[in-house]
Design a protein. Structure first.
Length: 117
């Protein structure tokens, strides 16, 4: 099957699903991830694939299983349920940014733990 050249197409998902010709830049993900930089500034001229790279990253890190997707509202509702049912490991924090979040929202997340104040 011949592959089409996707001129102007900037959606990585469409390029892959339509089996369009694509110069593989996925090694960029590994290099970027291993660099552990706090901020990454990508400067390139127009039409050099900046948007396509962002689309590739979004596809790579997105959850595509609808059963596993949760919105922020679902997460907050689950946290409230855990707090009400006391099905969590709770600790009172005395300092740091998590204390500010607890003071503001009544709870904060640390990994999979729900912290309440």
């Amino acid at each position: 099957m011949a592959r089409n050249v996707a001129i102007g197409l900037q959606d990585f998902g469409k390029i892959i699903s339509n089996q369009c010709f694509y110069v593989d830049k996925t090694d960029f993900i590994r290099e970027w991830w291993e660099s552990r930089d706090d901020v990454t500034l990508i400067t390139r001229p127009r039409r050099f694939g900046k948007t396509l790279n962002m689309s590739m990253l979004e596809q790579f890190f997105s959850v595509h299983d609808p059963e596993e997707e949760k919105t922020l509202q679902d997460t907050v509702q689950e946290a409230h349920r855990q707090i009400q049912n006391r099905q969590y490991e709770a600790r009172l924090l005395t300092r740091g940014i998590l204390q500010e979040r607890i003071r503001c929202y009544g709870f904060a997340f640390q990994g999979k733990k729900v912290l309440i104040g």
